[in-house]
Design a protein around this ligand. Structure first.
Ligand SMILES: Cc1cc2nc3c(=O)[nH]c(=O)nc-3n(C[C@H](O)[C@H](O)[C@H](O)COP(=O)(O)O)c2cc1C
Length: 403
């Protein structure tokens, strides 16, 4: 996958080619819609589904010219949302057992196929029925590729990391235990759930209990619906994504509140106000403790209590004022100069898994405090940022934090 790092790296030339005018009228649809004749439950109707609604719902709607601009409870590079969410439900009282699409736009769970003796367990390498909910996250690369070209590979997985963390955060609030399922063949699983060459699964999360009852393979694959209204992708990016293993590791625990999830927004500007006493130490502690295999650098812009410079695991590596240089490396995103702290998430290896973990970690940082604002930053000159930090680690993601 490291050749993909080179291929998807940003350079000045790359930005000059891709950073030009974009016609938003040609944006592919960001919500998949199954036919309206299918049975559905509305958000709010089924108590057992509340935690999933919270993890993927519209939290802001704005009319911009002729277009409605939606924002969700999860962030997304360019607000393009190249993801979908499905669930298998079994043995929940008063709920039809089956496989559902989580339709965030229409705020409903659309029943794609009922299950009884059969189910997705077999496709997931399991021989017995799982009672409860199994959630499936998929990537729709064209939604992001449309704007970002090959760089979209990274954004799909970073977005997926945010989505998985959003599920984890609301599951914790609703006291549900989750397990990652990863021992299965991606291609045949895609086929079973009706995904063709525009969408591929990247994570499966179980909130279900294994029973002793044997399960049969799904009676027939789920119906296929295209996840976008059109595509003119050459399919190369999809091919790369489909070859990546799904998420294997558990993600970081997240302690937050329902209000914090509903109010989450990416910061668009910062006021140059220092953090409260102890806040920077708390964040650095989060970035150091149990984040393996990620390695986090922090760049502080300095205040009365904290010296400006580059830190690694809470240790000052190099003193200095780096606002201007860093804003340049982050593709001239000048608003970061009023932030208090820039976090750079890196790892020794580059993979879909590490990108998802990086997205999840940045989501955790955003949800665990109401004291500051933050935003994920996916646009940076990779090589320049590596040189700036003096590391050969792969740069996965950046996060700006401020008031
Ligand atoms: C992977 C990823 C990369 C992002 N990169 C940038 C970036 O480089 N600059 C920026 O200002 N915002 C960036 N964002 C923030 C998005 O623009 C923001 O999530 C989106 O507009 C939706 O707004 P919301 O997060 O408030 O819902 C990024 C978000 C994600 C998830």
């Amino acid at each position: 996958m490291h050749t993909q790092y080179e291929k998807t790296s940003l350079t000045k030339k790359e930005v000059a080619t891709f950073g030009g005018y974009i016609d938003w009228n040609t944006q592919p649809s960001i919500f998949k819609q199954y036919p309206s004749f299918l049975f559905s439950y509305s958000f709010g109707e089924i108590e057992e589904f509340h935690f999933l609604e919270l993890s993927r719902m519209i939290t802001s709607k704005e009319q911009i010219l002729t277009k409605l601009y939606y924002k969700l409870s999860t962030p997304s590079a360019g607000n393009l949302h190249p993801l979908e969410l499905y669930i298998q439900v079994r043995g929940i009282k008063g709920v039809i057992s089956g496989i559902y699409h989580v339709d965030a736009k229409m705020s409903k769970f659309v029943l794609l196929q009922e299950i009884e003796e059969d189910g997705l367990e077999g496709e997931l390498g399991l021989s017995c029925k799982f009672e409860g909910i199994i959630a499936i996250v998929s990537c729709v690369p064209f939604r992001s590729e449309w704007k970002y070209g090959v760089r979209a590979l990274r954004y799909c997985y970073l977005d997926a990391g945010h989505q998985i963390a959003a599920i984890q955060a609301s599951a914790t609030i609703y006291q549900k235990e989750m397990t990652i399922l990863s021992e299965f063949d991606v291609k045949s699983f895609n086929f079973a759930i009706g995904l063709k060459d525009e969408e591929t699964v990247c994570a499966v999360i179980s909130f279900a209990k294994e029973t002793e009852k044997k399960v049969k393979p799904l009676k027939k694959p789920l119906l296929h619906v295209s996840p976008t209204d059109y595509s003119d992708s050459n399919g190369d990016l999809f091919e790369v994504l489909q070859k990546q293993p799904v998420l294997k590791s558990e993600i970081f625990p997240i302690n937050t509140t329902k209000e914090q999830i509903l109010q989450r927004r990416s910061a668009r500007k910062f006021e140059n106000v220092p953090f409260k006493n102890g806040e920077i130490e708390r964040i650095m502690h989060t970035l150091t403790k149990d984040v393996y295999p990620l390695v986090c650098y922090s760049i502080l812009f300095g205040d009365e209590k904290n010296e400006a410079g580059i830190y690694l695991n809470s240790k000052l590596l190099q003193k200095g004022e780096y606002k201007d240089r860093l804003a340049g490396i982050l593709v001239d995103q000048l608003f970061i100069k009023n932030a208090q702290m820039i976090v750079v998430v890196t790892s020794k290896h580059f993979s879909a898994e590490k990108l998802m973990l990086a997205g999840a970690l940045v989501h955790k940082i955003a949800l665990e405090s109401s004291e500051f604002k933050s935003t994920g930053i996916g646009a940076f000159y990779d090589k320049k940022l590596q040189d700036f930090l003096g590391t050969e680690n792969y740069i996965l993601y950046v996060c700006a934090l401020g008031k």
